[in-house]
Design a protein around this ligand. Structure first.
Ligand SMILES: Nc1ncnc2c1ncn2[C@@H]1O[C@H](COP(=O)(O)OP(=O)(O)OP(=O)(O)O)[C@@H](O)[C@H]1O
Ligand SMILES: [Mg+2]
Length: 254
């Protein structure tokens, strides 16, 4: 069979499997690249990241690694079960590894990353990177989520150190060969980012927002940038329901 442009394009994509989203992305996220998922509190970053991993496992046989920096494992597992996503089962079937690095925020004295417990001072990007690499190898992961990367980066003082930390993490993620979704929080509604260099380092940026329209809140998704990918970069509505996130690629919000 001839190798058509459509075939080549399909081979270079990692479908998110999220209803409507792959249409905006011409088939999915660019394979082996790191994409930034940017949004304020409650916009669905964790749900979308989880859905990306779960769909990968169930529909594409892509094992996944979830690095959680804000929320603990029990909470996330509980929340995701509401959508019918059984992280515990996926983990016991070696399709998913959940790395809980959330105590960075809550336990200044010691940090638990996977099975390792290390002191706050000794904890470094290197430790986390090592854990990610080991986990990726262990299950042959093709997808990685880091949620949210801001917690990790803000441990460092000053823009230069923060930028270097992020570069280090992103290079390590690229080395794994997986397709990576890293989330970041917006400081406040609108377009201002908590740190703005991250979007220049990422191969793509997806923005989630909540807009006040009259008395109701409208959820809006926009593909801000996606290198080497023809995308629909118009803002489009999305919904969160009890089956996860659904994007409406043909509806306009303006
Ligand atoms: N079953 C559901 N139906 C509709 N909306 C839901 C449902 N479950 C959760 N939500 C909505 O999803 C949002 C939370 O999603 P999620 O935790 O992914 O957000 P987030 O961007 O990760 O937030 P944070 O910045 O706090 O981590 C909330 O706004 C909540 O109202
Ligand atoms: Mg979250």
């Amino acid at each position: 069979m001839a190798d058509t442009a459509a075939d080549r394009s399909a081979n270079s994509r990692t479908p998110t499997g999220i209803p409507g989203l792959d249409k905006l992305l011409t088939g999915g996220l660019p394979k082996n690249r790191t994409i930034l998922l940017c949004g304020g509190p409650g916009t669905g970053k964790t749900i979308m990241s989880s859905q990306f991993l779960v769909n990968g496992i169930l529909d594409y046989e892509d094992a996944g690694v979830y690095v959680s920096l804000d929320e603990n494992k029990v909470h996330i597992f509980e929340e995701m079960l509401d959508f019918g996503w059984d992280f515990e089962e996926l983990e016991s079937n070696k399709k998913l590894i959940f790395l809980e690095a959330s105590p960075i925020r809550y336990l200044p004295a010691e940090i638990k990353v996977g099975k390792l417990t290390v002191g706050r001072k000794e904890f470094s990007m290197a430790t986390l990177i090592e854990m990610i690499k080991t986990s990726v190898k262990e299950i042959g992961a093709k997808r990685i989520v880091v949620d949210p990367v801001t917690t990790l980066v803000f441990q460092y003082d000053g823009v230069v150190a923060q930028r270097n930390a992020l570069v280090e993490l992103m290079e390590a993620l690229a080395d794994t060969g997986a397709t990576c979704l890293i989330t970041t929080e917006l400081r406040r509604p609108g377009f201002e980012r908590s740190i703005d260099y991250e979007e220049y380092l990422a191969h793509g940026v997806i923005l989630l927002q909540q807009l006040q329209v009259g008395k109701s809140l409208l959820r809006v998704i926009q593909i801000e940038k996606m290198r080497k990918t023809p995308v629909d970069n118009q803002p489009r509505p999305y919904r969160i329901t009890d089956t996860g996130i659904e994007v409406f690629p043909r509806e306009s919000v303006l």
